[in-house]
Design a binder for this molecule. Structure first.
Ligand code: FNR
Length: 193
């Protein structure tokens, strides 16, 4: 069973991206994945600062690295701010990818290399946050992730969910399912259990 980590790049209470992450997690569970939904607001991670890091990597950054490491496949659901991904996502990725000097596991590697990553986005706008994905793709490629070519940008997100948080339209569910299917397909081949 593929261990799949899902997280959204927003901590807003009524976040569309969190809702899409939950809806996608449900699809992945139905497809047989062992899904962990990580809520970034539960982690106490400061803004990255190398001086702060020199005094010791924050415990929740270590926790984040361990969670990432335990999951060979990830799905990231990205909001779009000013045509790119959020500062929250960048800060999270910067901390997680920074080596921990002298640490037996995290001193010499980062938790990103070789991960299978599926990308989705959601926005109230027509493009669905697509431009955030166009920036996330090269960032994750630079970190040596295997990025799935099928991606989904959910436009007009304010109309897309029912009161239970499920996607209302079959077309949207199929698009999210297509990302899930590729992530699980690729992970089964690159990380056979
Ligand atoms: C936005 N928003 C936005 N939307 C978009 O489609 N393209 C964009 O470039 C931007 N830019 C932008 C900048 C800033 C600073 C904010 C605060 C917002 C709107 C954004 O998509 C909207 O607030 C979403 O609801 C954010 O995602 P969550 O929090 O709902 O997941």
């Amino acid at each position: 069973m593929t261990k799949l980590l899902i997280f959204a790049g927003s901590t807003r209470q009524n976040s569309f991206n969190r809702r899409l992450a939950h809806a996608t997690a449900d699809l992945a569970r139905a497809a047989g994945a062992d899904v962990t939904h990580l809520e970034l607001s539960t982690l106490d991670i400061p803004l990255y600062n190398a001086d702060l890091e020199a005094t010791g990597t924050p415990p929740d950054v270590m926790r984040l690295k361990d969670i990432m490491d335990a999951h060979p496949a990830w799905i990231i659901v990205s909001p779009e701010y000013n045509g790119s991904y959020t500062g929250l996502l960048k800060n999270t990725i910067d901390w997680a990818s920074s080596p921990v000097k002298g640490h037996p596991v995290w001193g010499g590697r980062d938790p990103f290399a070789g991960k299978v990553v599926g990308l989705l986005s959601a926005s109230p706008g027509a493009l669905g946050g697509l431009r955030s994905l166009s920036h996330l793709n090269p960032l994750l490629q630079n970190l040596q992730c295997w990025i799935c070519p099928k991606q989904f940008a959910l436009g007009r997100a304010g109309d897309a969910f029912d009161e239970q948080g499920a996607l209302k339209s079959d077309a949207h569910r199929h698009s999210a399912q297509a990302v899930v299917d590729q992530v699980l397909w690729a992970s089964a081949r690159l990380h056979p259990v």
